[in-house]
Design a protein around this ligand. Sequence first.
Ligand code: IMP
Length: 193
Amino acid sequence: MRQLLFFSNNKNKIIEIKKIFNKFNLQLLSLKDVGISEEPEESGKTFEENAKIKSDYGFSKTGIPCFADDSGICIESLSWKPGVFSKRFLNEFKSKEACFKSIIKITKDNDNQNAYFKTSISLSINNDRNIIFNGKVDGKISEKIRGNFGFGYDPIFIPIHYKKTLAELSTKEKNEISHRAIAVTKLINFLFN
Ligand code: IMP
């Protein structure tokens, strides 16, 4: 059976990805399965660069084809930031709520709520071959913090054509439209078609 390494320590992501890959004839390994505990510094300027740093690292350590993802939110009123700094940006505030309120205020003051989520997946299949799969979902920053599902910025992001925030959608609904789902579908089409 073919092996594929998913370079992530995020338990929820690993469960989600393992579920998706279950139906395929492939052994999906996590970092824990291959005994990797350290991660390279995510020093890239783009989602693509950071994803590649991680998938190249995984392949170089194990010789097993490896994929990694990197994602975040980009907000027009913040000059399309925080982008690759999405996790760090959230942690700079004393609470998630404080961060969300600040974003809502800035987007209201600018009268511009445009935003998008992006995921880049990098697949490293040998020393000099890597392929990128991108997924993006456009939307708007909400006027209020709403919903309890999901994680990260979900409670303030309304996907295009929707009225609810991502945190008001069930996991199943979110997985049908999310930036991550789009990128994973492209990866699967590449691997199995
Ligand atoms: P990661 O690279 O996928 O771990 O994402 C980095 C950060 O971006 C996360 O810690 C979240 O704050 C934010 N983020 C990424 N994807 C999502 C999402 O689907 N919903 C909400 N926030 C997200």
